[in-house]
Write a protein of this length. Structure first.
Length: 225
């Protein structure tokens, strides 16, 4: 578990279920991003309920919002949303490097809550972000980025984006893990590019609000399912 000292007691716990599915939790508030169908070989989120569900695109390994119990506020698409003190900005992007001609569109989500900014890249297929996308994304505390190639950017391309946007923390996602039936590359290429090869996976990460320092080095965190 990684923790950061802060003058604020606010914390956010981030857990990964595999593919692009994460749980962001602060106290009793829960946000689920990109819940998948169990036919990909992994167990869907077992949370009893959630306040919000974000879906980056309408593919079966990302759009299983019906699996989440309760009556969550579901976000599907670009735009600006506010719900229970959580602000979400959805930014249009592409699932491929051909402006959507091969696999369609994708949404990048910026989740802002209590001063923390978590950016989920979804199934980003663009090899580079546009200036407009970078401007709208802004400062990043935690970046969740695909690295498994085949249907998204690969490890080298992901590392180049990380170096460009300079998040405090980066967590790789959407790569090959045991039981996953979708054929992807592992995270090894990304970790090698980031100088983090052989890093021990964590169960979850606890992030505390912290003042950004210009010379701060990006921390690479690998999560386990």
């Amino acid at each position: 578990m990684v923790e950061y000292l802060s003058f604020s007691c606010f914390t956010m716990v981030i857990s990964w279920y595999g593919q692009a599915c994460f749980k962001l939790q602060s106290g009793q508030k829960i946000i689920i991003i990109d819940p998948f169908d169990k036919k990909i070989g992994l167990a869907p989120p077992s949370t009893s309920s959630a306040d919000m569900v974000l879906v980056t695109h309408d593919h079966f390994d990302h759009n299983n919002s019906g699996a989440i119990k309760g009556s969550p506020f579901v976000v599907k698409g670009a735009g600006e949303y506010e719900y229970q003190d959580v602000r979400v900005v959805g930014i249009d992007s592409y699932h491929d490097n051909a402006k959507g001609k091969e696999r369609g569109s994708n949404v990048i989500y910026v989740v802002q809550y209590e001063g923390l900014r978590v950016v989920h890249m979804g199934d980003l297929g663009q090899h580079e972000l546009t200036d407009e996308q970078i401007d709208r994304i802004g400062r990043i505390d935690v970046l969740l980025i695909p690295v498994g190639s085949v249907y998204t950017i690969n490890g080298k391309q992901a590392a180049e984006i990380v170096h460009h946007v300079q998040p405090r923390i980066v967590i790789p996602m959407h790569y090959k893990i045991p039981s996953l039936t979708i054929d992807l590359e592992t995270a090894e290429s990304f970790l090698a590019e980031m100088g983090a090869k052989g890093q021990e996976p964590q169960e979850k990460i606890t992030v505390k609000k912290k003042a950004q320092q210009e010379d701060e080095r990006t921390e690479v965190v690998v999560l386990k399912v």
